[in-house]
Design a protein around this ligand. Structure first.
Ligand code: ADP
Ligand code: ZN
Length: 617
């Protein structure tokens, strides 16, 4: 076993590196700069924490959020790694003490916010203490084209320049567009770095997209099938969060809510309720989740489609961090596209005034393009996993066999004639200077007799009633498909009134055809059986697992830390399968390192011994 593996085992309790981790660690230990692009949950921290323990001096970690720093330092301390953080919430006395301890070489890792790099007291420390490595976490913050640009990240290069010797530089991010990657390498001045894009696949996650006619009912059905499990439901707006949470509570589901409009006290309380499983279901906007590492989230449902794949995958990726099978379900409707477009436009209106009109235009276009990609995901009939992996720059086989689309057979339906009828109807309305949304258009086509029809004498149109043999819902569905393919456009400023595009005009005039892929009736079969589950030990003793879980709950309440900080569910399962009774055996359980074995080992070993005694007759 190499030194790195030994550290991995001793401090973190893991037997082997995940793909990508080993290469990054080896590169760093050989003295090479490195950039790791891995999604949330793939294990970026290990890539610099393991080298930090082996390098002679201090590793400085630049991290953008206090909560992230505290979590990391808390977890490291638990694992027996000397680490600390410096942030604006420390008192002057605490700051002095941390600086003093850092100077005397007490820490292997020191987390700081980028703003700190220009503080005189910190610069003084940095010049005196030997720094082996500078690690930039959330490195995409340095890119002006990235999601959350932080100008202070641009100061990192200046900081490196004032150090007596340039340390190794490593950077990590979950955001992976090629442009952002190049920006990071350039702006941090990385020297021939090993760039590793990896781990975007999360084999235990099952992706699916549903297009329910009613979302509340669909959500209730999904939750009923997941009773007692912990999950997050993401909504596009605060209002939707409140409505959905209220509906779920009325149904007796233990749900809580989170969005930026709630007062900080309620936010904190609700977050804790969720973390400690008092309320296993969290309904939230995208304000929720940054820095939250709850490992037993078994589903993430998007009640609305997010603005881009980056957000979607990051949010969905909060499911199944313990490696257990988990579901990521997107409930899609055409309306989501309008909402997302509206949110994007609004965010650009309130943007930083220092941007030139040209820069604004570029950013707006980039966001619209990302929304288009997101909509492709929601409407594609191809393998969803492949779509995701290719989006993030990783190769993938044509079919994964473990997503909603791979599990659905689609059949091709030629809808050219119907499509032409709809397009003609929009065209004839426009001739009269009228523009309506899909509800009225479908009413005209199916020959319905409503007030609006009479009011505008729409029954005198040549297209009135030409689809009387179809249901209005079917016509609306086809209209959505025409919108998605860009044959029609809708104007959100005018109640989503429909307009013909040049491509729509061409199809109406007989050029091209309109073929849809529709899901064939699904055979009702229980999904759980077909899951390519993560290897879970068949020998897990459920009763013992329950006892260990109760023990963990007690310890967690006593230590004021969430249960998964003590041991994850995966670790408890493994423990309930192996039934260790000596400390040595305990150390072979997945996720048990020396520090945790010292701190909690005895309690768990006692519980297991008691259990074995109780079950032997
Ligand atoms: P990221 O920073 O990329 O979001 P983390 O570093 O928080 O991810 O790691 C996610 C989870 O994976 C953590 O629970 C971590 O302990 C676990 N993990 C990381 N590396 C390994 C490994 N080699 N084997 C098993 N589990 C690992
Ligand atoms: Zn698939």
């Amino acid at each position: 076993m190499g030194a790195a593996e030994q550290v991995l085992k001793q401090y973190f309790g893991y037997d082997s590196f995940r793909p990508g981790q080993g290469e990054l660690v080896a590169a760093i230990l050989s003295g090479r700069d490195a950039l790791g692009v891995m999604p949330t949950g793939a294990g970026k921290s290990i890539c610099y924490q393991v080298p930090a323990l082996l390098l002679p001096g201090l590793t400085l970690v630049i991290s953008p959020l206090i909560s992230l720093m505290k979590d990391q330092v808390g977890a490291l301390t638990e694992a027996g790694v000397p680490a600390a953080c410096i942030h604006s919430a420390l008192s002057p006395a605490e700051l002095d003490e941390t600086l003093y301890l850092a100077e005397s070489g007490r820490f292997k890792l020191l987390y700081v916010a980028p703003e700190r790099l220009t503080a005189p007291s910190f610069l003084e420390l940095a010049r005196r203490v030997p720094i082996s490595m500078l690690t930039v976490d959330e490195a995409h913050c340095i890119s002006q084209w990235g999601q959350d640009f932080r100008p202070s990240y641009l100061g990192i290069l200046d900081f490196l320049a004032v150090l007596p010797a340039r340390p190794l530089v490593s950077a990590f991010t979950a955001t992976a567009t090629a442009q952002v990657r190049d920006d990071i390498v350039r702006a941090l001045g990385l020297r021939e770095p090993l760039v590793k894009v990896t781990g975007f696949d999360r084999p235990n996650l099952y992706f699916s997209v549903e297009r329910p006619s009613g979302k509340p009912a669909a959500l209730a059905r999904l939750l009923a099938a997941r009773a007692g499990k912990s999950g997050i439901i993401y909504c596009a707006t605060r209002k939707t969060v409140e409505d959905v949470c209220e509906m779920l509570c009325a149904k007796g589901i233990a749900a809580t809510r989170y969005h930026a409009g709630l007062d900080p006290e309620e936010r904190r309380q609700n977050q804790d309720d969720f973390l400690y499983d008092a309320k296993p279901v969290m309904v939230a906007t995208n304000a929720f989740g940054m820095g939250i590492d709850k490992s037993n989230v078994s589903f993430v449902i998007h009640y609305n489609m997010p603005k881009n794949m980056e957000s979607y995958y990051q949010e969905a990726g909060r499911a199944g961090r313990d490696g257990e099978p988990a579901d990521c379900i997107l409930l899609y409707s055409g309306q989501d596209v309008h909402t997302a477009r509206f949110l994007i436009e609004r965010s650009h209106e309130t943007e930083d005034e220092t941007l030139s009109p040209e820069e604004r235009r570029v950013l707006l276009e980039r966001d619209m393009e990302r929304l288009r990609q997101m909509t492709f995901y929601a409407t594609t009939t191809e393998c969803l996993r492949r779509f995701i992996l290719r989006y993030f720059g990783e190769d993938a086989p044509l079919s994964c066999g473990h997503c909603g689309n791979c599990d659905t057979t689609f059949e091709e339906v030629d809808a050219t004639v119907d499509a032409r009828k709809i397009l003609s109807c929009v065209y004839r309305l426009a001739e009269r200077g009228l523009h309506f949304g899909k509800v009225i258009v479908s009413a005209v086509l199916t020959g319905s007799k409503s007030e609006k029809i009479e009011q505008f004498s729409l029954d005198t149109l040549s297209t009135y009633g030409i689809m009387a043999d179809r249901t209005a819902a079917r016509v609306r569905g086809l209209t959505d498909a025409l919108l998605e393919r860009g044959l029609l456009q809708s104007d959100p400023e005018r109640y989503n009134a429909l307009f013909l595009t040049p491509a729509g005009n061409a199809l109406m005039r007989g050029r091209g055809d309109f073929v849809l892929k529709l899901p064939r009736e699904k055979k009702p079969e229980p999904k759980t059986e077909r899951r390519r589950a993560v290897p879970l030990d068949a020998d897990v003793d459920e009763r013992l697992f329950e006892r260990l879980r109760r023990l963990r709950a007690g310890l967690s309440a006593k230590a004021h830390v969430p249960p998964y900080v003590i041991f994850s569910n995966a670790t408890l399962s493994d423990m309930a399968a192996r039934k260790p009774i000596t400390e040595f055996e305990l150390l072979s359980v997945r996720g048990v390192g020396e520090a945790k074995a010292n701190r909690y080992g005895e309690a768990f070993l006692e519980e297991i011994k008691d259990y074995l005694r109780d079950t032997v007759d």
